[in-house]
Design a protein around this ligand. Structure first.
Ligand code: E4P
Length: 218
């Protein structure tokens, strides 16, 4: 499963990328707002750090303006992936852009039928929001299971990008189901490395090492 960081914070992206953990980045208007940075500038910087797709979201609601915005965004770098909302205009934009060889991430997906439409429109990625689904009393992971089943039934090439990930169990479940990608806040990705027995083990080894009176670096 590929890992994307769901953030526009450069320091986090650099750290995770240097650890070999990043296959891409997703941003959205709220994350850009949170970063306090200029959208074009920060997107260009992120594209220069990671090799994989960097999602940049259009904000128009009609197809023509979405296309004009996408035209500006895709000039930022070759690894920009245009993010469009799951609406009929968004799907129309998705079809036009992917036919032209541009990567498209169809976002704000909350049903398997919506995911089916995105695949039919040729989306590179479909982003079902599991956390927001859970918040509203539905099981986000059931949605991922349904989309996996449907895409496999028909051999759709659209990658399932599990989004709105809130904790490490979402990541584990996504991997069990066979999602292609998950995007998570940097803190969730860091938490994947944590285990109480790892910490305890380090503590024990270091205590015994101190008793030897030895050093490695001399
Ligand atoms: C995905 O691309 C979105 O940016 C993101 O996962 C939304 O997550 P949230 O529900 O935590 O805002």
């Amino acid at each position: 499963m590929k890992f994307f960081a769901d953030t526009a914070e450069i320091a986090d992206i650099r750290e995770l990328n240097d650890a070999g953990l990043l296959d891409g980045v997703t941003t959205n208007p709220s994350l850009i707002h949170k970063s306090g940075r200029d959208f074009m500038e920060v997107t260009k910087e992120i594209c220069g750090i990671v090799d994989g797709p960097v999602s940049a979201e259009v904000v128009a609601l009609d197809h023509e303006t979405m296309m004009r915005e996408a035209e500006v965004l895709r000039k930022i770098a070759d690894n920009v992936c245009i993010k469009v909302p799951l609406t009929i205009d968004g799907l129309k934009t998705c079809r036009a852009l992917t036919r032209d060889g541009t990567m498209v991430n169809v976002t704000l997906c909350f049903s398997a039928n919506q995911a089916l439409l995105a695949a039919k429109a040729g989306a590179t990625f479909i982003s079902p929001f599991v956390g927001r689904h859970d918040d509203n009393g539905f099981d986000g992971m059931d949605l991922i299971r349904d989309i996996r089943l449907i895409y496999d039934n028909y051999g759709f090439g659209t990658e399932i990008l599990v989004a709105s990930v809130r904790h490490v169990i979402h990541v584990l479940e996504a991997a069990r189901i066979g999602a292609d990608v998950m995007t998570a806040p940097p803190a969730v990705i860091r938490n994947l490395a944590k285990h109480v027995l790892t910490d305890k083990g380090i503590e024990g080894f270091l205590a015994d090492w101190a008793k030897t009176g030895q050093t490695i670096l001399r």
